[in-house]
Design a protein around this ligand. Sequence first.
Ligand code: SAM
Length: 444
Amino acid sequence: MKLSEIDATLREIRVSPVKTLGQNFLHDSNLARWIVEKAALSPDDYVVEIGPGLGALTEFALDSGARVLAIEKDQRLADFLRKRFASERFEIIHADALNYDVRRLFAKPRAKVLGNLPYYISSQLLLKFTKYPSPISLWLFMLQKEMARRISASPGTSDYGALTLIMQLHYRVEYLRTVPASVFLPRPDVDSAFVRIAPRTPGELPDHDAETFFRMVRRGFSQRRKQLRNLLKEEALDWEKVSSEVRFDPRARAEELSLPQWIALSNFARSDVAAAEIATAEERFPVVNEEDHVIGDAPRSEVHGNNLRHRAVHMLVFNHLGELFLQKRSRWKDRHPGLWDSSAAGHVDAGEEYDVAASRELREELGVAANLTRVAKLTASEKTGQEFIWLYRAAHDGPFQMPKSEIEHGEFFPTEIVSGWVEARPSDFAPGFLECWQAFTASS
Ligand code: SAM
C-alpha cells in the first residue's frame, strides 16, 4: 500500500494509529515485497504473521500461494483484514500474539513466522516465537535496529552480548538491511532493521549443555569490563588449562570469545558427561525369541549391531489437563538423536521384569514415581527396532528431573497436537514412539 492509500484507508475505517500498540504502518510496497521474498514462500508453507496491521506484508505472503494465519490485537484492523483478504487460505485472529500457543505449529508440515513487530513487545515476541525446540523453520522480523544488531552481532563488537549468544546457540541470525523510519506512517522514533533467523542444522555445533552454556554466558556478560576469569570464579575451572585448550587470552573479557569458544568453555563446567559414559558402558540386555522368551543375554552393542530381539518399555505420562509429556532425545545419542519420543522409554535389563524396568526408567529419565497402567504390548518387528515393547500410561504433572545427556528437552502437548504432528511430520519422532502412539490411540 502506498502512503496515500494507507492514509485513505485509515480515514475510511476511522482508525488513527495507536502508539501504545506500536502501530507504524509500512507504506513502501517495494520494500514489503522484498521482505516477503526473503521468506521464499511456496504453497507448502504455513505462515503466521504477527501484527498484520493493514496487510502490507500479508498481501505478498498470500500472493505466494501459502496459507496465512494473521494475529492482530486491534479489533478494527482485524475486521478490515477479514474483508480485504477474503481467501480460504487466509485466517485472521483477533488476539494478543503473546498468548498464541506456538505448540500448535508442530501440527503444520512447514511453519514460517513473519512480522513487522510492534516494538513495545518485540523482545518478548522474539523470545516466545524462537523458544527452543521450535516447530518453526524460518523467522522474518522487522525489529528496532539496535535489537537486530544485538542478536546478529559478531564477537569483539559492542553489540555482542548474552542475547547474541542465547539466540545464536540455536539459530543463525542474518541482519538483512536497515530500514529508515521514513517508510512508516506514522514515523517511529528509531530506525528499524530486518532480520532472518533460521534453525541451525543438527550437528552444526559441538555437543553442549544449553543450561550450563546459558548460565556461564549470563555470568560472563554480567559486567562487560571485567575479565572472564573473575566473573566465572564460581565455576571453579582450571583457568590456565581451559584458556590454553580453548585458545583464548587468559585475561579475555566475555565479548572476545566466539560462540564455539563459549561452547568449549561451558563444556569444561559440565557435570553430566562422565556419568553418562559410565552408564552406557555397563548395559546388558536379555535376548528373546519370537515368543518373547528369554534365550540369553548380550551387551547393548551386540544386541543392536546384530538386530537381536530384545525388550523395552515405553511410558506415556499425562498431566491433569490430559496433555502428553514428550521428550526430545539428546542430539548426541547413538540412536535416533534429536527425535521426539515417549515421556520415558528404555530397555529392559538382563534379569529384569517389564514392570520393574518401567518404574526404573520413569525414575531415571523423569526423576519421579507414579502408578503405571499397562496399555498394550507391541511385538518385536523392524518398526520397533526388534524390541518387544510394553506400553504403559501414568498421570503426573511434573516437574521432572531429566538426565541431560539422554534428554535435551521435555514438554507437555495436547493430544490433538500430538496426533496432528505425527501425521504432519512423522520423521520428527523416534520410530518406537510412532508405534506406541498408534497402539495407544487404537486402545483409547
Ligand atoms: N505489519 C503491518 C505493517 O508492516 O504495516 C503493521 C506493523 S505495526 C509495526 C504492528 C502491528 O502489530 C499493529 O497492527 C498492531 O496493532 C499490532 N499489534 C500490537 N500489539 C500486538 C499484539 N500483542 N499481538 C498482535 N498484534 C499486535
